[in-house]
Write a protein that binds this ligand. Structure first.
Ligand code: COA
Ligand code: AMP
Length: 634
């Protein structure tokens, strides 16, 4: 049998033995005797009696093994003009003191710390410092508004919040502190202390008694050793968008996460200790957690932290420059980033200026790698281009093209095969498996492998209802797709109301909430429409109150601004269209999928449950007037 099938069979037939072998690669403080325990199909635990510290695995153990001089982190920031390099020894020293700083502020094991920070080394240092103390970090992406930040603070109830005076977006300085102040005015229980890192590009006003300066605290902080935690203790909470406006707090444990990431760094990414690994994402997303911070460091690689964009910082050659300059071996980003580069440099002239011979492979995730972008990349790059599929919930890849076996070529349009440890199936809406090639719901058979969530923060019932309730014995991914006769998985997109804008996951519910609060709006729907650059962009459809007297252009501007303030600039809502009524089912459910299909083309299957079929003609006419059937939604 080949290596991929052998590993898959081993993980399926004897999961305890398979994962025990993987766990042995790490330095536990107490190696687990109980590898896998199951009380019921939904209740199970990996490495229950194991004790470890994730920061120790990421830093101390490499230094103790004599690799203190090895480069741990390269910070490359075209937006600030800065570069920094930290060895494992230097990073450990900073992290141990940052942990001392947090402890001096009262943070102990199990306490939460919220980070609202840009892509700077201090953000990575702070995440690892929390892990060192056994505290639980909750990172909020910097592009989220004060309102979204407040929702996450209310859920996590942190003792301390860490921020910086600003983020840098192209030439624009985004002051973070006013957003933090606004968020703290809204929350039920504010953290006792706010630590602010002063960046030269913006001054932050500190509130006496609550806010403290990062550098001043760090100057007097003592280094502290790693705190042993149980394998199942939470390492972090990361909120992600569900179908409702209320985000889901995905909980990641320590032990399963470390074992799974270390395995994935080898089996999925083929990354060796000392190699340079660059995930061009953001620490606010799961890709940043897993493959900017924890995965590369646990594996002993050099991780690259990039504060910039694929284009305009300063040009579409930015990624190639970074890869060549820092000799990146494994690179990971979202397809949208390549579409942005391709749009500005279609013939790859800027790419030709750089020596990319260091690259072993390029990985993409966050959205489907469309065949046109795949073909362009294959023609531009000297290495394999690998699409792979996973989610915040899983924390590490579910489907990828195996690197442990040469027998599986990359297939354009497919995210590859299930990674050993996962048992993937495609079910119809009744829960029956569909034949190869037939589309359906992509699900994962329970139990899920180590590292994947097994609860939501303080809401296990929501976890059970959202993920395990639809098809007993399976985890519902929320994505639709099919598996072909050779076992390759084709992920075609969400089957729920989650929107994917430039690889960023948003819920239509939170955008609808922002639109629905406008005094002129009677009801609304937000639908993801196709976009050549961002994959999808949200478009709002509103029905006005009968007595509303508003100019449509003015209303659109107000609603766009409202979404920026309530959700954040990353939502990229640019268009709002006024309708007389929304297409609905007879039971009153908005037919978002029908709106979406109609925006793509005038011919759509009429849903059997539609309340009034004429509304489709009104919508068709509106789309035609707005140029949807010609040049696109502009
Ligand atoms: N802090 C503050 N604002 C932020 C931000 C942050 N961390 N990240 C994004 N924003 C703002 C941007 O400035 C922009 O504001 P604007 O509307 O005033 O211009 C808005 O949010 C949308 O940003 P973005 O999604 O980055 O779109 P863009 O048009 O500026 O750039 C791409 C388009 C494709 C270049 C960009 O989306 C990109 O690099 N995508 C990569 C995707 C990615 O890393 N995904 C992570 C999963 S792997
Ligand atoms: P997130 O939790 O933010 O990482 O988003 C996860 C979602 O992004 C998935 O449920 C998919 O809808 C989408 N996604 C991620 N990777 C891929 C991929 N390779 N192909 C298709 N969709 C993807």
């Amino acid at each position: 049998m080949n290596a991929y099938l052998t590993a898959t069979a081993h993980a399926q037939d004897d999961p305890s033995d398979f994962w025990r072998q993987q766990a042995r690669q790490l330095d536990w403080m107490r190696f687990p005797q109980r590898i896998f325990e199951q009380q019921s199909p939904e209740h199970y635990q990996w490495f229950a009696d194991g004790q470890l510290n994730t920061c120790h695995l990421a830093l101390d153990r490499h230094v103790l093994a004599g690799h203190g001089e090895r480069l741990a982190l390269i910070y490359d920031s075209p937006v600030s003009g800065q570069q920094r390099r930290l060895s494992y020894g230097q990073l450990l020293e900073q992290v141990a003191r940052c942990a001392g700083m947090l402890r001096a502020l009262g943070v102990e094991q199990g306490d939460r710390v919220v980070l609202y920070m840009p892509m700077i080394p201090e953000a990575v240092i702070a995440m690892l410092a929390c892990a060192r103390l056994g505290a639980v970090h909750s990172v909020v992406f910097g592009g989220f508004s004060a309102v979204e930040l407040a929702v996450r603070i209310d859920d996590a109830r942190p003792k301390v919040l860490l921020t910086a005076s600003c983020g840098l977006e192209y030439e624009r300085v985004v002051p973070y502190k006013p957003l933090v102040d606004q968020a703290l005015e809204r929350v039920a229980q504010a953290p006792a202390r706010v630590v602010v890192l002063a960046r030269p590009q913006a001054h932050a006003q500190l509130q006496a008694g609550r806010d403290v300066d990062w550098d001043a605290l760090m100057a007097s902080a003592d280094a502290v050793p790693p705190v042993p935690v149980m394998s199942g203790d939470p390492l972090y909470v990361l909120h992600t968008s569900g179908t409702t406006g209320k985000p889901k707090g995905v909980v990641r444990d320590n032990g399963g996460h470390a074992v799974a990431l270390n395995y994935s760094m080898q089996a999925v990414y083929d990354a060796q200790p000392g190699e340079v690994f660059w995930a061009a994402s953001d620490i606010g997303w799961v890709v940043g957690h897993s493959y900017i911070v924890y995965g590369p460091l646990i594996r002993g690689c050099t991780t690259l932290l990039y504060e910039g964009k694929p284009v305009r910082t300063p040009d579409a050659g930015a990624f190639w420059r970074v890869i060549a300059e820092h000799r990146v071996n494994v690179f990971f980003t979202a397809p949208t980033a390549f579409r942005a580069i391709k749009r500005e440099d279609p013939h790859g002239r800027l790419r030709q200026e750089h020596d990319l011979s260091c690259l072993k492979a390029v990985y993409v995730a966050g959205e489907r790698l469309d065949p046109a972008t795949y073909d362009w990349l294959r023609a531009s790059l000297p290495c394999p281009v690998i699409d792979h599929w996973w989610q915040t919930e899983t924390g590490w890849p579910v489907v990828s093209t195996p690197r442990i076996d040469a027998g599986y070529p990359v297939r354009s349009g497919s995210a590859g095969l299930p990674v050993p440890g996962y048992q993937l199936a495609v079910l119809d809406d009744q829960g029956d498996p569909v034949p190869p090639g037939e589309p359906g719901n992509i699900v994962l058979r329970l139990p899920l492998p180590p590292g994947v969530l097994n609860t939501l923060w303080q809401d296990r019932q929501r976890f059970l209802d959202s993920y395990l309730g639809t098809f007993p014995g399976y985890y519902l991914s929320g994505d639709g797709g099919y598996v072909d006769a050779q076992g390759y998985v084709f992920v075609m997109g969400r089957i729920d109301d989650v929107i994917n804008v430039a690889g960023h996951r948003l819920s239509s519910g939170s955008l609808e909430q922002a639109l629905g609060e406008h005094p002129a709006v009677a009801e609304c729907a937000v639908v993801a429409l196709d976009d050549a650059l961002k994959g999808e962009v949200p478009v709002g459809f509103v029905v006005l109150k009968q007595d509303a007297r508003v100019d449509p252009g003015q209303l659109e501007q107000e609603l766009v601004q409202r979404v920026r303030e309530q959700v954040g600039a990353l939502a990229s809502l640019r268009r709002v269209l006024v309708l007389k009524r929304l297409p609905k089912t007879r039971s009153g459910k908005i037919l978002r999928k029908t709106i979406r299909s109609l925006a793509r083309g005038p011919e759509v299957a009429v849903p059997a449950t539609i309340e009034d079929v004429q509304v489709l003609d009104e919508l068709r006419q509106l789309f035609a007037e707005q140029g949807f059937y010609g040049a696109g939604p502009g």
